[in-house]
Design a protein around this ligand. Structure first.
Ligand SMILES: [Zn+2]
Length: 303
């Protein structure tokens, strides 16, 4: 069985045809994420779905439906509640019903971080593990949790763990609180740490990006190492708390920042976790699905 998975990103939306049995993305189309022009965006997504749908019909491939990962809150009935203003036109919009009627296919929606977790749990580093916690470290911190390959409920709040308060400092998060883990371990958080450490003054010729800082750290730059160390301290505090809440068998780190953490997982792991329960073991893994996790997970809503 095949399904179409759609991953709505900050600037690009990926529409893919997924073989649910093998986890292969057999075709992928990219459309710009039109944040201000709703009708245009729905038209672009619709054209991509039609194109893939026509091919599967010609090849006589049964298509289970269209799954979409939405950046924000989604009700179980397929209505988008809030996207924090990112996609205003989608808010209170019955997106699943609209897409379903337009293409004559079932359509399922869920939060984008949750579908990434589903993708990792079924096709990625969480495959075969019982309890899988997936943290997507990018422009924000996305959280999704699965048990035996199924997302936990209830919607629409189950992905909000990134807003766990971990410091009493006044770093303001877009959610309106201060001291959220998300505001410290997102790429914006890393850049704020770099700013506080005077990075732009010391290295005016280097671009101020998460990638540069991780690359500089790898190249032996001691200032970059200090910034990464502070960043890892926040992330480790968050992971320690998540372990006590979720007791995951595996913690998968994905998103743009995760690549930079490839050699740092040892520093994120605390052997005293869940003390004194000696039988508990967890491991931290970096996503192997990378950019495809969202497409695979959206499609996997039909498994
Ligand atoms: Zn927050």
């Amino acid at each position: 069985m095949h399904a179409i998975g759609i991953d709505i990103g900050g600037t690009r939306t990926k529409i893919g045809l997924v073989n649910l049995r093998t986890g292969q993305v057999e075709e992928m189309l990219i459309a710009p994420t039109e944040t201000k022009d709703g009708p245009r965006f729905l038209q672009l997504i619709g054209e991509a779905i039609s194109q893939i749908n026509a091919k599967t019909k010609a090849a006589q491939l049964p298509l289970a439906g269209v799954g979409i990962g939405v950046p924000g809150f989604v009700f179980e009935n397929g209505v988008v509640d809030s996207t924090y203003g990112f996609l205003d036109f989608m808010e209170d919009y019955p997106l699943a019903r609209y897409i379903g009627q337009q293409h004559g296919l079932p359509c399922l929606l869920d939060n984008d971080a949750r579908v990434v977790a589903l993708g990792e749990a079924i096709y990625g580093q969480g495959n075969g593990a019982g309890r899988v916690l997936v943290l997507t470290l990018g422009t924000g911190l996305g959280l999704g949790f699965t048990i035996n390959g199924k997302l936990d409920g209830p919607l629409p709040f189950a992905h909000m763990g990134g807003h766990m308060t971990i410091t009493n400092n006044d770093t303001l998060c877009y959610c309106g609180k201060t001291g959220c883990l998300e505001s410290l371990v997102s790429s914006t958080g890393l850049i704020q740490i770099a700013n506080r450490n005077g990075w732009p003054l010391t290295y005016p010729d280097l671009p101020l990006t998460a990638e540069t800082i991780f690359n500089q750290k790898k190249a032996g730059n001691p200032d970059a190492a200090l910034i990464v160390q502070e960043y890892i301290g926040y992330l480790k505090t968050g992971i320690d708390n998540y372990v006590n809440l979720y007791a995951p068998d595996v913690i998968v780190l994905g998103g743009g920042i995760a690549k930079g953490l490839r050699n740092e997982t040892g520093r994120l792991h605390n052997p005293a976790l869940l003390n004194p329960f000696k039988a508990y073991k967890t491991r931290i893994a970096i996503s192997s699905l990378e950019e495809q996790a969202g497409i695979l997970g959206s499609a996997a809503l039909f498994m």
